[in-house]
Design a protein around this ligand. Structure first.
Ligand code: PPS
Length: 303
């Protein structure tokens, strides 16, 4: 059979990644053995895991969580960047020794629910799951790939859209990720937060997260968290905006990690036909769930 466009894309994908337990991972940063070890990671009751599908507001929530959890980050006495404050569990970029981290530990992950440390499913520790409307998440993902040296980016948005819908991108499909977490939420001690909800009312979201974490902050401390977590301030905060990453990991000449930070940017890239096709796929894959997605900010943010 003659190779198709899709076969060529599969080959590109396999040159930088490997498929393990249903999803793609980047070869350079992890291995099947490492991912298996994560499942057996020992959990402490006061551990907090921030989990997202890529480009859903991870770094934003890393900033919010670390400011809430650590006074030294609020008052600037601790000059540690977000990636070190809240290390990834499936990609050990900095050889972090998870065991020796002081409690309360904060970790970050893009893993599907079924690859997370098993003890979390006995409702040990806490999970903050952040979900963003998939059209904006995928548009952000597409722009982000252009900044990743060594990763062959699909040559156009249309190809990337096809690939991502079929799960042939690192971390798999948005639909599987969100559906998996959403339908298994009862297994975890979890707070689900939407990107659009944070965007609409940052202060209310900070309060909601504090409540979930059982952390009581006075109004002044809340003001600081809110102030330091705005897009404008994070854009200039070199500890929070991933400009600290070396160019081999993220080529800052090709764009910014904090790119636009808005709801509804998909309208600038998706054609009407693509958007309609996407709506159909969304309905097929997610239509049975009582989850409401906010595609534009002037809509009501539903629970
Ligand atoms: S990653 O690579 O998965 O960790 O990326 P992630 O951090 O999940 O997503 C990056 C997008 O989040 C936006 N962002 C913000 N939006 C609003 N306010 C603040 N403070 C903020 N911080 C990060 C960032 O701009 C990326 O979205 P796009 O649409 O590309 O701008």
């Amino acid at each position: 059979m003659a190779p198709t466009d899709q076969d060529a894309l599969d080959e590109d994908m396999m040159s930088i990644s490997f498929k393990y337990k249903g999803i793609y991972f980047t070869k350079k940063y992890t291995s099947p053995e490492y991912i298996d070890a994560v499942e057996h990671m020992e959990i402490r009751d006061n551990d907090v895991f921030l989990v997202t599908y890529p480009k859903s507001g991870t770094v934003w929530t890393q900033q919010i969580l670390t400011l809430i959890m650590n006074e030294g980050h609020r008052n600037g006495t601790e000059q540690i960047n977000n990636m070190e404050r809240a290390p990834w569990i499936e990609n050990n970029f900095h050889n972090v020794d998870f065991k020796s981290r002081p409690s309360p530990r904060l970790f970050t992950s893009h893993l599907p629910y079924y690859l997370m440390p098993k003890d979390l499913r006995f409702r040990m520790g806490k999970v903050v799951y952040v979900c963003r409307n998939p059209k904006d998440a995928l548009v952000s993902y597409y722009h982000f790939l252009r900044m990743r040296p060594g990763i062959k980016c699909p040559e156009n948005w249309e190809k990337f859209l096809d690939l991502s819908i079929s799960g042939k991108v690192v971390c798999g499909s948005w639909f599987d990720h969100v559906r998996g977490w959403y339908t298994h939420k009862e297994d975890f001690n979890i707070l689900i937060v939407k990107y659009e909800e944070i965007k609409k009312d940052l202060r209310a979201t900070v309060r909601k997260i504090c409540k979930f974490l059982d952390i009581s902050l006075d109004d002044e401390a809340i003001d600081i968290v809110v102030e330091k977590a705005t897009f404008k301030n994070m854009k200039h905060d070199s500890l929070a905006n991933y400009t600290f990453l070396p160019n081999e990991l993220l080529d800052k000449n090709k764009g910014a990690f904090l790119r636009k930070g808005i709801v509804g940017d998909w309208k600038n890239l998706m054609t009407v036909a693509q958007s309609e096709m996407f709506d159909k796929v969304y309905k097929e894959k997610m239509g049975d769930l009582p989850m409401k997605i906010t595609w534009e900010l002037n809509e009501e943010t539903a629970s």
